[in-house]
Design a binder for this molecule. Structure first.
Ligand code: ZN
Length: 188
């Protein structure tokens, strides 16, 4: 005689919890050519927040193409959506060691008429290949300014808290451009 279900009876006679879900979606892991969406907060050694995307769009980046600092990129390998990591990145794996030789002095007249030189201000200089290079004003003298070509975070330990929100395959166009597209990525 065939088993007949009474109304409301589950068959097989197990609750969903005992049986587990019917399907598992395999979470995609972070590897080269994945587009990864993260929330992040970056702090210095004193716990001061240097940068965060909290309250803004998720940050999207293309993994494995040097779009984020090497130490963080390495720590994210193999992680998937829902994972959270805390990682401390040394200067060598971050924005580089502080290099004294990257400061130089230029006449104020070279700064362009609209620039009022102030200590700590960040300017964009035209580099040798035409690309913009950020420099920080270290010192303002009578006729010259001392500029610092180090990245502002050079020589600093970087303490990252990162929550991985989404991991997907990159589109062809993103691979060709070597960066992620869409909100939180490149918009163009
Ligand atoms: Zn692009």
């Amino acid at each position: 005689m065939a088993h007949r279900r009474r109304a409301g009876e589950r068959w097989p006679n197990k609750t969903q919890d005992e049986a587990g879900p019917l399907c598992y979606a395999l979470a995609m892991q972070i590897a080269k050519d994945a587009v990864v969406a993260i929330n992040y907060t970056l702090k210095d050694d004193d716990g001061k927040i240097l940068d965060t995307n909290e309250g803004k769009d998720l940050m999207h980046y293309l993994h494995g193409h040097g779009n984020i600092v090497p130490g963080l990129e390495r720590a994210l390998v193999g992680k998937s959506a829902g994972d959270k990591i805390e990682v401390t990145v040394s200067p060598a794996d971050g924005y580089g060691e502080y290099d004294e030789s990257r400061s130089f002095e230029v006449p104020k007249s070279e700064l362009g008429p609209q620039v009022v030189p102030q200590k700590g201000a960040v300017l964009t200089m035209r580099g040798p290949n035409g690309a913009g290079m950020p420099v920080t004003i270290l010192k303002v003298k009578m006729k010259t300014v001392v500029l610092d070509g180090n990245h502002q975070l050079a020589g600093r330990n970087l303490h990252f808290s990162v929550e991985i929100r989404r991991v997907r395959k990159a589109k062809k166009e993103e691979l060709a451009h070597k960066h992620a597209h869409g909100p939180g990525g490149h918009a163009h």
